[in-house]
Design a protein around this ligand. Structure first.
Ligand SMILES: Cc1cn([C@H]2C[C@H](O)[C@@H](COP(=O)(O)OP(=O)(O)O[C@H]3O[C@@H](C)C(=O)[C@@H](O)[C@H]3O)O2)c(=O)[nH]c1=O
Length: 182
């Protein structure tokens, strides 16, 4: 497993070791002991989520606040997405920075997103199955979000934003400067 730092504090790219043979492939998508040893991060994941999206679907940018902040370990089971992380931690030297990474069923990459970051992704393939672990439970009242095309963040989604499919909830998210505090 390779651990690659990103421009966002404590946000890491994880490249698992994949064993290919005549049957297909095998890899450990998560191993708590290896993860802690290799990253130095102790995290206890307590919820797993999975979503299916079609091409052009953009989900995000989402985070949870207060006692329901979430660290996430995200990956793609099928298809390809552009994954986006935004640092919302005011005491972080990467505050306000964004990081983008292609995740796919052929590069097997994962992203570890620490608490205090917003997250989103845009589907590039015909469909994508996205899976992630969270270290805190979903709590509707604690949801926060930022508009995907916020001009200050100026995220390059590498896609025609006139063609994205966004939920009604995500279309009316606030700008970065008005985002609800962590
Ligand atoms: C996220 C979530 C949603 N739900 C419900 C609420 C709603 O009725 C339905 C769909 O929810 P959403 O529209 O918020 O789903 P979605 O837009 O896929 O939300 C996800 O987006 C990505 C980018 C993230 O980072 C995740 O943390 C999560 O916020 O599922 C749960 O029951 N548990 C959960 O953990």
């Amino acid at each position: 497993m390779n651990i690659i730092p990103t421009p966002i504090n404590n946000c890491l790219i994880i490249e698992p070791k994949v064993f290919h043979d005549e049957r297909g492939y095998f890899f450990e998508s998560f191993n708590n002991v290896v993860f802690t040893n290799e990253t130095g991060i102790e995290v206890s994941f307590i919820q797993d989520n999975q979503s299916l999206s079609t091409k052009g679907v953009l989900r995000g940018l989402h985070y949870q606040r207060g006692e329901f902040q979430q660290a996430k370990l995200v990956r793609v089971i099928e298809g390809e997405v552009l994954d986006v992380v935004v640092d919302l931690r005011k005491d972080s030297n990467s505050y306000g920075k964004t990081f983008t990474q292609t995740l796919s069923d052929t590069n097997f990459k994962q992203v570890y997103i620490p608490r205090g970051c917003a997250h989103g992704f845009l589907v590039k393939s015909d469909r994508a199955i996205f899976a992630y672990k969270c270290d805190n439970l979903y709590n509707k009242e604690s949801e926060g979000g930022i508009l995907y095309n916020d001009p200050f963040l100026n995220i390059d989604w590498e896609y025609d934003l006139d063609k994205v499919i966004v939920s009604d909830k995500d279309k009316i998210l606030p700008l970065f400067e008005n985002a609800l505090p962590l």
